[in-house]
Ligand binder design. Structure first.
Ligand code: AP5
Ligand code: MG
Length: 217
């Protein structure tokens, strides 16, 4: 199955994507995670894109498309994949269509759109903590670790993403409205968008998503 999970920053894409990937046994491909790894490793690409992530601007389409094209060629994508955070612009969506044709893969089967009110998003992002070692995501109120600032899964340190400050979050929400929200129409025309209420609890949101996936399987 080829799935795209969409929604504004903090909607819960990464949180739900981890569960969906395990439920469907497909790889979770997050451009944000790929970029953060490159930055952590101080690679050439990482140095080039750091300022975009720190300020909440989109990395240029040509860079992002190149990264995704390489990732989709990996053998683990043969049974499908779950995209999180890509595409984020209409040119990226058009490029994805071209990449899938080039790799003789079918189009996306499903777009899950998670909607959440802007005020809730701000609270979620400023309270988010991420494991420096394994990337697991927590929230100081809604999904706290058992021990303060320590990952339950691997014991790694938890940190706050550099783009989770109130100022950068507000830029990211603005960028989302201007550049990414119009993409929904692109996929609505194909009749593959399913809406999910992201304001329910993490478990309840996943139940809704599971229903949607079963209905098209
Ligand atoms: P990216 O990493 O994709 O960030 P984002 O889209 O802004 O989304 P987030 O990861 O912040 O939120 P999420 O929806 O995954 O929420 P999460 O599950 O963590 O992109 C970062 C940057 O990379 C971009 O700004 C850009 O610079 C660049 N980039 C990436 N892709 C690009 C592209 N295609 N083109 C160009 N540039 C690109 O949840 C958030 C918090 O809420 C967590 O603490 C979680 O525990 C909590 N939570 C989740 N669900 C619930 C719930 N139901 N109830 C209560 N709390 C919840
Ligand atoms: Mg995410």
């Amino acid at each position: 199955m080829r799935i795209l999970i969409m929604g504004p920053p903090g909607a819960g894409k990464g949180t739900q994507a981890a569960r969906i990937a395990s439920f469907c046994e497909i790889p979770h491909i997050s451009t944000g995670d790929i970029f953060r790894t490159e930055i952590k490793e101080s690679s050439e690409l990482g140095k080039k894109i750091k300022s975009y992530l720190d300020t909440g601007k989109l990395v240029p389409d040509e860079v992002t498309v190149m990264v995704i094209k390489k990732r989709l060629q990996q053998p683990d994508c043969s049974r499908g994949f779950l995209l999180d955070g890509f595409p984020r612009t209409i040119p990226q969506a058009e490029a994805l269509d071209g990449i899938l044709i080039g790799l003789s893969k079918n189009r996306l089967d499903l777009v899950i759109n998670i909607s959440v009110d802007a005020q809730v998003l701000l609270e979620r992002l400023t309270g988010r903590r991420v494991c420096r070692n394994c990337g697991d995501t927590y929230h100081i109120l809604y999904q706290p670790p058992q021990k303060d600032e320590i990952c339950d899964r691997c014991g790694g340190d938890l940190y706050q993403r550099s783009d989770d400050t109130a100022e950068t979050v507000s830029n990211r929400l603005d960028v989302y409205q201007r550049q990414t929200a119009p993409l929904l129409e692109y996929y609505q025309k194909r009749d593959i968008v399913q809406e999910v209420n992201g304001e329910l609890s993490i478990d309840q949101v996943f139940k809704e998503i599971e229903k949607v996936i079963r209905s098209i399987d």
